[in-house]
Design a binder for this molecule. Structure first.
Ligand SMILES: [Zn+2]
Length: 138
């Protein structure tokens, strides 16, 4: 356990966080236009349909852009500095912000393949984090 704060689910994100707790990154998929998105929201951001279901994603994606934090804004992140946070585009299409776990943030490049792993948090939560690489890891 990292000591990093757990997520705070609400009625919109509760199923998403529960699915992560079960070991799967899932995204809403629209019944109207078939597109997927993150973070979870009550309506499809593409066609505004409110009919959708959570669908598991592969955990594979690519790095779109990122920033490197050289200062901690929470005590639990102090030992992680410097650390990267990136915009990840999943193979299925949704984009999400997530931690990018790398020993050397200077090696990150736009478009590099990433794989998901789940970081344990207090309360049984798991948070999506990505590592450079092509193979699926858990
Ligand atoms: Zn839609």
């Amino acid at each position: 356990m990292s000591g990093k704060p757990p997520p705070i689910p609400d009625t919109i994100t509760d199923a998403y966080w529960r699915r992560l707790g079960e070991g799967f990154l899932a995204a809403p998929q629209c019944a109207g236009c078939d597109r997927m998105w993150l973070p979870p929201s009550p309506a499809c951001p593409h066609c505004w349909s409110t009919s959708h279901e959570l669908v598991d994603c592969s955990g594979k994606g690519r790095l779109v852009t990122w920033t490197v934090y050289h200062r901690s804004y929470h005590p639990a992140f102090a030992e992680s500095v410097p650390y990267a946070v990136g915009l990840v585009e999943l193979d299925e299409g949704p984009r999400l912000f997530a931690g990018i776990d790398t020993q050397d943030p200077a090696t990150l490049t736009s478009g590099m393949p990433l794989v998901l792993f789940l970081e344990e948090r207090e309360g049984g939560f798991r948070v999506p984090v990505f590592r450079p690489g092509k193979a699926m890891e858990k």
